[in-house]
Design a protein around this ligand. Structure first.
Ligand code: SF4
Length: 299
């Protein structure tokens, strides 16, 4: 009898044992000068900016410099996505959103928008407009499925708000991605694994996970210094095992856009693992093969 090997029977996506999201273009990161209704205790936006992305430049100039940034690294030809990444990119009146999105879409090389924002910064009118563009995708910072955690990091909204935003976005046919941070204070391996069922219940097309990075000068870095026992700090090896456990529980229909993050070391209050993205990906793939598992095996 020939054994049935699930990996060879369709449990592979883009050469991975998890449903790796396939980006429809190169992202050009933009800072349109938006802000946020409040500051989360873990956040320092400066840690995530490429050098060309600053609100003192027009959207068009940032796009041009973003294209040059990619070209200098051998990535040319597009298609390109205008990625409104910094702060909350729907936190402004609709008229202002129309202006900035229209400027990005007027660039001949740009084929779509990716709009990063908070769940409490959208409403029906904004979502109707974004849906009408027909080429925009939303990325919501959800960060945690637990209200207690969201309160503790001063997020300013609860999980129900995220659920509603994701549902209203998906209902309009807009592709929607959710970001989650693994390792916020008070959360453990057990709570994170439990919460995958809440993620699965959302109509998300994709997710991004990353480990908590403690950034210099943030209130959370101070909180960690004062109460380290409230934080689970994973080794690289332990984090990879956590990810595999999460992926096993994650609905196969949800694509995975990111599994770890790394900011430049000068921003870190606590040193990171110092591993490059390609090596991280190789280690994760090897662990999934080693554990003979795949995304959704336990969903
Ligand atoms: S909503 Fe996002 S950008 Fe704004 S403070 Fe929180 S983490 Fe930072």
């Amino acid at each position: 009898m020939i054994p049935i090997i699930p990996y060879l029977c369709g449990m592979e996506w883009n050469g991975k044992r998890y449903h790796a999201a396939k980006e429809p273009g190169l992202k050009l990161v933009l800072d349109a000068g938006f802000s946020c209704p409040g500051r989360c205790t873990f956040c320092d936006n400066a840690a995530f900016h490429p050098s060309y992305s600053t609100p003192s430049k027009s959207i068009t100039q940032q796009l041009e410099e973003g294209i040059a940034f990619h070209a200098a690294r051998g990535r040319t030809g597009g298609p390109y996505l205008a990625y409104f990444q910094s702060f909350s990119n729907t936190f402004a009146p609709l008229g202002r959103l129309r202006e900035v999105y229209a400027e990005a879409l007027a660039h001949p090389a740009v084929s779509g928008l990716v709009i990063g924002t908070r769940p409490d910064c959208v409403d029906a009118e904004k979502l109707d407009y974004i849906a009408s563009l027909g080429c925009a995708r939303m990325e919501y910072g959800i960060e945690s499925c637990r209200d207690e955690t969201l309160r503790r990091v001063q997020r300013g909204h609860g999980f129900a708000c995220a659920e509603q935003a994701v549902r209203e976005t998906a209902a309009r046919g807009i592709p929607v991605c959710g970001h989650f941070i693994l390792g916020l204070p008070g959360e453990t391996r057990e709570t994170l694994l439990e919460d995958v069922s809440r993620i699965n219940a959302l109509p998300l097309d994709s997710v991004k996970f990353h480990q908590l990075q403690l950034l210099k000068g943030t209130p959370m870095a101070g909180e960690f210094a004062a109460r380290p026992e409230d934080f689970v700090r994973w080794t690289l090896d332990g984090y990879i095992d956590l990810l595999v456990d999460i992926l096993e529980r994650l609905r196969p229909g949800i694509a995975v856009g990111r599994l770890a993050a790394s900011v430049p070391p000068r921003f870190l209050a606590v040193p990171g693992w110092g591993v490059k993205a390609a090596e991280f990906s190789r280690l994760l793939d090897a662990r999934m093969v080693g554990r003979d598992t795949w995304q959704g095996r336990k969903a």
